[in-house]
Design a protein around this ligand. Structure first.
Ligand code: FAD
Length: 481
């Protein structure tokens, strides 16, 4: 449509705000959007949006919602900031991890906590350890969010299971047995992995760079299935804000490959992750987004076996775990990939990075702490995640236990150290019960959030199965509307 074909300019009244304060704007943006060639909106169809639902972000939250809705016959537009990295030759390599993680994997909070934030089709499941855990009981009991049926359906659908004994790794099993000998009930970890899918199951710590052997499920597969079911996927599509008319979400605005666009639908689902989603809400004028966050603050405790005894680095990550629900932490078998080991540990001090030659003899236990809500994701770009309350004390308790287990497993007690803090689960920034109702809707009608930012508390366990459960439940809700 050209400018000459356009009708007279009509100002559209838009209410844009929150419960306490409603700002009123007369502006042309909607009219311009409806007329512009750059919009994905079908002005040629009498101003009706082409899509029933716009989903922003293609991690497990967005991929699940998009797939379920497309399969139910809804017209879905899926907008993803990154691209599909799977066909690239560097996928699953160290170079790849630099290319597709935010700030080349060097994103830090103000306090120096390193955040790994993959930006690509499939979101963080493109670099995850493939661990699965049921949602915590408190999600249903305390917050009324029951996703048991959706999770129960997903487990056989994706073949979630523990790895066979021979693939759990002898050094990892050695750690678990040491834990068991001390009276802690270490269990094989559930996995989104089917070794039979790969020609050669080749999983070591490096599988956290991206799965090259194909055994591990990632949300990108459900993006494929959403597209097969009719969803429209746009990559390189960075959503900046939600367009809100009255108290109703009506569309989104951003850039595709650097070019401005707007797209319209009566339902918008934000699934841009624990950092992306609050930023979009902040830019949309929704108060409170990003105020406080959870992270499942993660550290590793390392110790070295005598020369000649193999460590856990070449084994699949996180094959055994133990949870301390009372103190709020989870332990699992894990060590950093070979090249990342010195990079992470130099942050603690040069002498720790210099232990790199001992990587092959290293045993590692990961601590995932149920951190208190603190800090936040701020509109000026800052991210803050201080340890508050008894976080530090509980982390020290967990570290003490890791040291005991590693000594039992045979490491040299003098060799042990704990790595710097990092966060792989940015979450809890748009919390259920604070900013979202039980159906994951914000205060703005038609605007939903379905990703890790919705967690009301730190999960302190693998997040993806819970996010899938939330996605399936939200899709049912939207289909029912
Ligand atoms: C190294 C690592 C290991 C992990 N291991 C496990 C594990 O074993 N098991 C487990 O359950 N969890 C694991 N996790 C955590 C898990 O992967 C994440 O918690 C989960 O993927 C979060 O899902 P999400 O849908 O909230 O967001 P993400 O997976 O972060 O997806 C968000 C998507 O939105 C896109 N996006 C962001 N901003 C915008 C925007 N403005 N416009 C459009 N798109 C946008 C991003 O590019 C991204 O693709 C791991 C994470 C990491 C980093």
């Amino acid at each position: 449509m050209t400018g000459k074909e356009r009708g007279p300019r009509t100002p559209i009244v838009v209410f844009y705000g929150n419960d306490s304060r409603v700002k009123k704007y007369h502006f042309w943006v909607l009219w311009e959007a409806a007329m512009s060639d750059s919009t994905l909106h079908s002005d040629k169809l009498g101003g009706q949006p082409q899509h029933d639902v716009i989903v922003v972000g293609s991690g497990p939250g967005g991929a699940t919602v998009a797939r379920q809705l497309a399969r139910a016959g809804k017209k879905v537009l899926l907008l993803e900031r990154g691209i599909d990295q799977r066909p690239r030759s560097y996928y699953g390599t160290y170079l790849g991890a630099l290319i597709y993680a935010d700030r080349m994997s060097l994103l830090f909070t103000q306090e120096g906590l390193n955040i790994v934030r993959p930006l690509m089709v499939g979101g963080a499941t493109s670099m995850y350890c493939g661990c699965a855990a049921p949602p915590p009981e408190w999600l249903k009991e305390k917050y009324g969010v029951d996703i048991d049926a959706e999770v129960a359906e997903t487990i056989p659908e994706l073949g979630v299971a523990v790895l066979p004994e021979e693939l759990r790794g002898s050094a990892s099993t050695r750690i678990a047995q040491a834990g068991q000998a001390l009276g802690y009930d270490w269990q094989p970890q559930l996995k989104f992995m089917k070794p039979a899918r790969s020609k050669k199951f080749d999983c070591g710590a490096k599988c956290m760079l991206g799965c090259r052997c194909g055994a591990k499920w990632s949300a990108a597969e459900w993006v494929d299935e959403a597209v097969q079911a009719g969803a429209e996927l746009r990559v390189n599509a960075r959503v900046e804000k939600v367009l809100i008319g009255g108290r109703q979400a009506i569309g989104v605005q951003g850039t595709i490959a650097g070019q401005p666009f707007q797209a319209f639908a009566p339902r918008i689902v934000l699934a841009a992750g624990g950092i992306g989603t609050p930023r979009i809400l902040q830019a949309s004028g929704v108060d409170g987004a990003g105020d406080g966050m959870t992270m499942d603050i993660t550290t590793m405790v390392y110790g070295f076996l005598p020369r000649g005894e193999r460590g856990s680095g070449n084994e699949p990550p996180m094959t055994w775990s133990w949870e301390n629900l009372e103190a709020g932490y989870m332990l699992s078998t894990l060590i950093d990939p070979w090249l990342l080991y010195p990079i992470i540990n130099v942050l603690k001090g040069p002498k720790y990075a210099l232990t790199w030659p001992k990587w092959n003899n290293t045993l590692g236990v990961m601590i995932k702490l149920k951190d208190s809500i603190s800090g936040g994701v701020f509109a000026d770009g800052r991210i803050s995640k201080p340890m508050v309350g008894d976080d530090l004390e509980r982390q020290r308790q967990a570290e003490g236990l890791c040291r005991k287990i590693l000594v039992e497993a045979g490491v040299d007690p003098a060799s042990m150290f704990m790595t710097p803090l990092r966060g792989t689960h940015p979450s809890g920034t748009v919390r259920i019960g604070t900013m979202l109702d039980e159906d994951l809707q914000t205060q703005v009608a038609g605007l939903y959030v379905c990703d890790a930012s919705s967690f009301p508390e730190a999960l302190a366990r693998p997040t993806v199965l819970t996010i899938i459960g939330l996605g399936k439940r939200l899709a049912k809700h939207l289909v029912g509307q």
